[in-house]
Ligand binder design. Sequence first.
Ligand code: DGJ
Length: 779
Amino acid sequence: MINFRPSDFFRPISVPNVRPLFQGASAQPAQSIDTFQSVRFAGIDKAQAVEQPLISFDKKDKTFKLAGKNMEYFLNVTPDGDLVNLYWGKPVGKVHADLLTENTRPTLESQAREYPGTVRGDNRTPAIKVSTPKGHLTGDFKYVGYRILSGKPELKGLPSTYALNPSQAQTLVVKLRDDATQLELNLNYTVFKDSDVVVRSAKVTNRGNEPVSIDKLASISTDFQPDDYKLLKYTGGWGREMQEQIVDLQPGSLLRVASQTGRTGHEQNPFMALMEKNTTDDTGNAYGFSLVYSGSFVAEAEQNAKRKPRISMGLNPEVFRWKLAPGESFQTPEAIGVFSSEGLNGLTKQLHTTFNNHLLRGPWKDKPRPVLLNTWEGVYFDFDHEKVVNIAKEAKKLGVELLVLDDGWFGTRYPRNDDHAGLGDWVENPAKLPKGLGGLAADVNKEGLMFGIWVEPEMVNPKSELYEKHPDWVIHQPDRERTEMRNQLMLDLGRKEVQDYIINSMSRMLDSGNIQYVKWDMNRVITESGSAGLPPDQQMETQHRYMLGLYRVLDTLTKKYPDVLWEGCASGGGRFDPGILPYFPQNWTSDNTDALSRLDIQSGTARLFPPKTMGAHVSAVPNHQNGRSASLKSRFHVAMSANFGLELDPSKMTESEKEFTREQIAYYKQVRHIVQDGDYHLLRTAANNNHPAWMFTSADGNEALVFAFQKQVEIRMPVPRVKLKGLDEQAMYRVDGIKQPLSGSYLMNVGLSPKFKEDMDSNMFYLKKVSDSKDGQAA
Ligand code: DGJ
């Protein structure tokens, strides 16, 4: 991780003798951009330190080129000082005059703008809206200068991407200014050597003498060439997260994906992808956008009447306004922009590379994830010390490595025996756990298992000691009734004292015994958004301050307890987003554990997120969420496609179920490195498809694991073959159950033939490379 000293990166820039380069539309540059650049940023530009600069500046054309592994992104400063996007796509080396002149036309709507404001004749959604003390809306920013940094600076207080060493990445900071309001804008762009990604964010600084109000500040805004496009996005709900949708983007229309209730949510993900009209799973250009944030957001895809598309993404202005005092800055969360010329599967590869290499962190990032048993669906609130130890004993016999005690272990005056009481009081219930968490952890450890615990620290039940002491610590508006959801209210994490309470109570809990895993749950949304800690003119800051507070808490705890495996959860996948990944390398994908429902949920989730970030459990049948009874085999195959766990009471299993479970867990342990560290390939999405399939190739390329499913039996309908991906065409592979080794080209072009008998059926194939070439050279 690179940490630039604040003085290196965020040094306020004031050079009294240098006039702004461009003064209004017709003014000529007072001096060359380079003189200006070197005066302003002397000694800071570290581009020379990198052998092959990823970012360069063409002085003649005033054009920046940002290069990824197989991608280029060109920005240009027009003679009027506007910053425009010239091209984003496969490498072209250089842009020519035709593109440059297209962007100098007088109306701003004809430009491909990089960070549009509201004041100069552009009808599309703006990136920035600021209200000035004079009552005007503003945001017309002109180029001032740039600097290029090696590596990737961290964003203070926000989750952000990182580069392991300075040569992996470069960051361009373009400075712009709105002279009328004395607002300064830094646009940050980072490109990485290993991927086709542009990470963007914006920072606005008030250099004037009066406060202004930021009404909208996007993390990313990019205009594209006029054409026909489609949009990939996700919708869903509790128990049916990440349902894939592809829709047409129509001229003269605006499509929004948004949340305004304080978390990213089950109903949508902070993601969208713009696909050229003919883009498929494996071919064509696609651009993916993903916000590194876990609260209310908006992503907008607009195509104006002239078919010019704009994508913009950031904090949701419906529930956000920020008062910016003179001298203060506001930094947006980061947005990740990903390019693929190999269709949606290429997009997945780029996203997985970015999340794996530049967002996940900590010792568990690359360690094999333990097979766990979570007690929730097995016993719910009905347990005590002895029962948990017995579950651990049984679980050990099945091959489980980690026992997770879910909800119900805390509360003394208001014991948590159902969901009506106890949240906020993070002290063991002595009636259930007489030896405390420490004693329980020790006894579970004696059975040969690691021990983990469930918490929901952002919440409080009105029936709790915490709420009795601090009724003003919850998010609320004084003149409205406090809406309870699942009988609970949300703590106001924007307040330092609330953050400290959570840090201290979690630290006390973690210090009380050998707790090696924490499931951090979050089971409601914000209503009556308001904070007792803020004055009236800052109430609209409540939600973003909540997120900044949450990130402080998570940053502090995950750094203080780096060896703990942290798993995120929000009633399942209600907060499964890039912003949570730096803290939680694993996330509970959905409360719906039914194998058939999970096909769509997991194939949608894995389009964006590496399977090693997903939790998937085998539970009992009939399924507790939808009553379906899928076969044990198919429940295993679905759960083995991510971080595997059980969520049931082993004492209720039959002997034959136990036997099968033992075998499958032993097998999973042998192949989990392929799932957790390998490359994921979606062979057929589960969305609108009766025969979804996916596979994993191991990091060394020598092994593969294929999963093929059938949702429903279709009478007299042929089952499609499964054509594999990611293999070496020339190499030979042995496939379990097939005598003759098969070549990579055969497996990828002819494919395998799965056999299905019933509704929700599944096949798993293991492949091992036996030689590097068709003539039998040893692998
Ligand atoms: C909701 C979670 O998603 C479940 O897995 C479980 O932990 C319950 N909360 C416990 O209350």
